[in-house]
Design a protein around this ligand. Structure first.
Ligand code: FAD
Ligand code: NDP
Length: 314
């Protein structure tokens, strides 16, 4: 058991966690970061470690996701962050601070910054492991502009706002976009539905499920099935984007913070404050709208400044 109470503990190691680490370390708060060990199925460094090219992070016109995250990690350490490659399974939030359980250690802290991100849901269809990031992705906004998708037919799976937004977005690059919806209606808001229906490049395939991804070096074909008629067919597509929702990594909180109906941490608008004093949240774990590296990093900065202000007042 550690007797030393930390000023700041950061859980999570994506752009949000590292931005929070850099700012709190530079404020001489000696942050301790738990970067996770395949927490939520993602390596330390977060979701960007699962992608190839990142072309929209300012300052880097072309950089691989893992390299960008390695640079952030080096910067965090260089500024004075202590990083532990461990996953936190349990925290206790009290009126005086937080207690973090790390294997056989108990670490107390005055503030906690939660930056555990969210994991894009996948279908795990046949061929997915072969063609993941070779035509298949869970982020159209991130990957849709890549040259392999330009002027090519693409497919999106999902029926919510993300699927509607992403299929509409992809029509900027694609020759055609098939939207595969498992039911006979969209869950997306009316305005988003209208945008889909009015877009001549989008063809909605109702009651349709994906069965198998096929191709050679990259994806070229998707086997699909109509779940009403059981009829199977093939779509010639060079890209397949999942938009079937994300799962925020909030289970370890065990109900101690206010979450929305999808499990995202609720923060005060315009801040990183949660409903518990001294506990701040940043990045995708509290953001189901923007979900970008730059917005995650920006909110990590906000969490660091909020934590610093909180500590100054105590
Ligand atoms: P994450 O990146 O999700 O990182 C959270 C980290 O916390 C993970 O490593 C996780 O393992 C760890 N963690 C979780 N629980 C615990 C725990 N209990 N204890 C310790 N650690 C824990 N955005 C862009 O701006 N540009 C792009 O080009 C781009 N491409 C993308 C490509 C793909 C395939 C995906 C999936 C996403 C992409 N994104 C892109 C989105 C971007 O990656 C995310 O918005 C961003 O990474 C969110 O950052 P974050 O810090 O909130 O969390
Ligand atoms: P949602 O959970 O709203 O929708 C997920 C969609 O994926 C549903 O249509 C669901 O189908 C479908 N789906 C789930 N599992 C499968 C599966 N196994 N096979 C096929 N389809 C599947 O997630 P979103 O990411 O779309 O949205 C999350 C939240 O973010 C929502 O609150 C949304 O409003 C918000 N959002 C808002 C945006 C905006 O306003 N601009 C943009 C993006 C998101 P079914 O309908 O049958 O359950």
């Amino acid at each position: 058991m550690s007797n030393e109470e930390k000023d700041v503990i950061i859980v999570g190691s994506g752009p949000a966690g590292h931005a929070a680490a850099i700012y709190t370390a530079r404020a001489r708060l000696k942050p301790m970061m738990f970067e996770g060990a395949m927490a939520g199925g993602v390596a330390a460094g977060g979701q960007l470690t699962t992608t190839t090219e990142v072309e929209n992070y300012p300052g880097f016109s072309h950089i691989s996701g893992p390299e960008l995250m390695m640079k952030m990690r080096e910067q965090s350490i260089g500024c004075g962050t202590e990083i532990l490659t461990r996953t936190i399974d349990k925290v206790e939030i009290t009126s005086n601070g937080v207690v973090v359980y790390d294997q056989d250690q108990i670490i107390e802290a005055k503030t906690l910054i939660i930056a555990t991100g969210a994991t894009a849901k996948r279908l795990n269809i046949k061929g997915e492991e072969t063609y993941w990031q070779k035509g298949m992705s869970a982020c159209a906004v991130c990957d849709g502009g890549l040259p392999i998708f330009r002027d090519k037919p693409l497919a999106v799976i999902g029926g919510g706002d993300s699927a509607a937004e992403e299929s509409t977005y992809l029509t900027k690059f694609a020759s055609k976009v098939y939207l595969l919806v498992r039911r006979d209606e969209l869950r997306a808001s009316k305005v988003m539905q209208e945008r889909v229906m009015e877009n001549e490049k989008i063809e909605v395939l109702w009651n349709t499920e994906a069965i198998e991804a096929k191709g050679e070096d990259v994806l070229t074909t998707l086997s699909i099935k109509n779940n009403q008629t059981q009829e199977e067919s093939e779509l010639q597509v060079n890209g397949l984007f999942y938009a079937i929702g994300h799962k925020p990594n909030t289970e370890f909180l065990n109900g101690q913070l206010a979450l929305d109906e999808s499990g995202y941490i609720i923060t005060e608008p315009g801040s990183s404050k949660t409903n518990k004093k001294g506990v701040f949240a940043c990045g995708d774990v509290q953001d189901k709208t923007y979900r970008q590296a730059i917005t995650a990093a920006g909110s990590g900065c906000m969490a660091a400044l909020d934590a610093e202000k909180f500590l100054a007042g105590h």
